[in-house]
Ligand binder design. Structure first.
Ligand code: PLP
Length: 382
């Protein structure tokens, strides 16, 4: 056996922040030396309820004790309840759900449903998009050349530039199986789509019979101040995928679809071992029980506005995004700004745009925590 001396036992694919975290409470996390950080990155939009939220931890712990796992080969009461809750929270027309475990897996299955439904072979995606790293999700992720790795994409992709109204007709045709986009392009740097553009794309999909898929892996489950961001855009997709915040930290994802699509799928067409497991379902039920409430969502909208105003007052040039998916355009390289914020005890996210600091905080971030961040940000940007 060749010597592995000196190499890491973990495959090195991540650039990590120089912190080792050991625990969290509310919106704060602590490192191994006891230093506290306000987490404005939220584990990449996952920690929707922060850390140690009693409703979520109780639901997960109780379900883990009662029945840790069972597959889709059996009925589960907790799965029936979680799916009913999810479909109730979903935008109009999305009456069925298929549960999986990650965002890419949700998008992969959404595309498969579109191909099965239309029997067509092309997909239209937006420049700047990020949809995941599996074969189909990676194929519709913009700028994938450096990492895609597969010998070829599993289908033809047509790229449409956001807000290029004139290009919609040629990019979406009778050969298009599906059109997919994010309401706010998170990885690109919190780039929001206009409702006018989304509505024109949706209308074109109807015209040519293409399936409209909205990727709410990052924007879903309250992050934009509505349960799903399509409410802001005023569109009704045929399929909606969501993940990150849905389990509040437990790995879950969902494909929501219209009955017209779901009813046409034969048994055995889709499947997964872990998706829809009991603990995942208990997490969904607990998260939606907190987030999918008008007063909770109104508080997210108000505090997101406060966070944007605070950032602008601290010297940020421009704020993009929706709700608590926010791009702070700092007018200088974001890397050193993030490093200085880290030293002051604030975790933030990066973006493809090198001058954007991305914020994806827990949805429970308080006014006092926003003020604390504003003070630090003003010092860093000064
Ligand atoms: C919009 C969007 N779609 C899909 C994904 C992929 O999700 P996952 O990493 O869970 O596969 C991500 C991840 O960041 C995302 O932001």
């Amino acid at each position: 056996m060749p010597s592995l001396a000196g190499s890491s036992p973990e495959v090195q694919v991540y650039s990590r922040l120089p912190v080792t975290l050991v625990r969290g409470e509310g919106c704060r996390v602590w490192d191994e030396d006891g230093k506290a950080y306000l987490d404005l990155y939220g584990g990449h939009a996952v920690a929707a309820l922060g850390y140690g939220h009693p409703a979520l931890t109780h639901a997960i712990a109780t379900q883990a004790q009662d029945l840790l796992f069972q597959t889709n080969a059996v009925h589960l009461q907790v799965r029936d309840r979680a799916i009913a809750r999810l479909v109730q929270a979903a935008p109009e027309g999305l009456d069925q759900a298929f549960l999986v475990s990650s965002g890419a897996e949700a998008n992969e299955n959404a595309l498969r449903l579109a191909f099965l439904k239309t029997k067509r072979s092309r997909v239209t995606a937006l420049t700047g998009a990020f949809h995941g790293r599996t074969a189909a999700a990676g194929a519709i992720t913009y700028g994938n050349a450096g990492w895609f790795g597969f010998p070829q994409a599993p289908f033809e992709v047509d790229w449409l530039t956001p807000e290029a109204f004139d290009a919609i007709e040629t990019a979406i045709t009778a050969d298009t199986a599906a059109v997919i986009f994010e309401p706010v392009q998170g990885v690109a740097g919190a780039v929001d789509l206009s409702p006018e553009f989304a509505q024109r794309v949706a209308a074109r999909c109807r015209e040519v019979g293409a399936v409209l898929i909205v990727d709410e892996v990052q924007t879903g489950v309250g992050r934009t101040g509505t349960t799903f961001a399509v409410e802001w855009l005023g569109i009704n997709p045929d399929i909606l995928t969501t993940a990150k915040g849905l389990g509040g930290g437990f790995p879950v994802a969902a494909v929501l679809c219209s009955a017209a699509i779901g009813d046409g799928i034969g048994k055995g067409t889709l499947g997964t071992t872990f998706g829809g497991g009991p603990v995942a379902c208990a997490a969904i039920e607990a998260v939606l029980g907190v987030v999918d409430e008008p007063s909770f969502l109104a508080a997210v909208r108000r505090r997101a506005e406060l966070l944007a105003e605070t950032a602008l007052a601290a010297g940020v040039h421009r704020v993009t995004g929706m709700g608590f998916l926010m791009g702070l355009h700092v007018g200088q390289p974001a890397g050193p700004v993030r490093q200085m914020l880290l030293e002051k005890g604030f975790l933030t996210g990066d973006a493809k745009n090198p001058e954007v600091v991305r914020l994806l905080p827990p949805l429970i971030l308080s006014d006092a925590e926003i003020a604390e961040f504003g003070t630090a940000l003003a010092e860093v940007l000064r």
